[in-house]
Design a protein around this ligand. Structure first.
Ligand code: DX5
Ligand code: ZN
Length: 223
């Protein structure tokens, strides 16, 4: 994977919400490729976070694509509202969705791109049937719900499996990793086959600045 082909998706879960616009603008200026918005409902994951109004506000401060990672029990009930707010790409989970194909088609009917996410305990093989329909696969490298958790190295072989599946079935599909990605783990994820990195705390909790953090990550993923 060429470094310039790898996309950085800062996750605002770790941002300072009092300065959200400024922090997102800073990430954009520093070279972020898209903004990752973690949506949690307190049911699907044991945490609460953000909803469509955040997407709506972000849409006015950045030109970057906005991706909504829906960690919610009933995504179908909300996709229209998220699309109207300005979501470009949806990430919906395989887990707990008996009707994933319907969800995927509903999102595509709204003219938005769609990715499917799998949790650490879920096998990559579940992606195979849905793969022709999707634009992105997301391998969670932590159990979803919180920022700043350690990267699960045991997920690297699953990233490789997903990469092989994509190359075989849908070469244009992106492969994203989310959770515990920093300057140390990013090169491992890329070597395993990822081409989109979600990075939360390693960007927004950086002791120096968002700009310095993005630059450090870019430097770490240079070949
Ligand atoms: C976890 C979220 C992640 C989280 C990543 O449930 O899906 O996007 O913000 O945060 P870090 O990069 O700190 O692990
Ligand atoms: Zn996420």
């Amino acid at each position: 994977m060429k470094a310039e082909a790898v996309k950085l998706a800062p996750s605002i879960l770790s941002a300072d919400f009092a300065r959200l616009g400024d922090q997102v603008r800073e990430a954009e200026r520093a070279g972020a490729d898209r903004i990752h918005v973690d949506v949690m409902d307190g049911h699907f994951v044991p945490n609460l976070s953000m909803g469509p109004p955040i997407i709506n506000s972000l849409r006015r401060v950045t030109r970057l694509p906005l991706e909504a990672h829906l960690m919610i029990s009933n995504p179908d009930a909300f996709v229209e509202e998220f699309a109207q707010a300005g979501t470009d790409l949806f990430l919906v989970h395989w887990e707990g969705n008996n009707d994933l194909s319907r969800t995927v088609h509903r999102i595509k009917a709204l003219g938005r791109r769609v990715g499917v996410a799998i949790n650490p305990a879920t096998s990559a093989t579940v992606l195979e049937v849905i793969m022709p329909e999707i634009d992105q696969a997301l391998v969670m490298t932590v159990n979803p719900g919180f920022g700043h958790q350690p990267f699960l190295h045991s997920m690297l072989s699953k990233v490789t499996q997903a990469r092989e599946m994509i190359d075989r079935i849908k070469p244009g599909c992106s492969l994203e990793v989310d959770g515990g990605v920093d300057a140390t783990t990013a090169p491992l994820a890329i070597a395993a086959g990822a081409d989109v990195l979600v990075v939360g705390s390693a960007i927004f909790n950086d002791s120096e600045s968002v700009t310095a953090a993005v630059r450090r990550l870019r430097a770490a993923i240079q070949p």
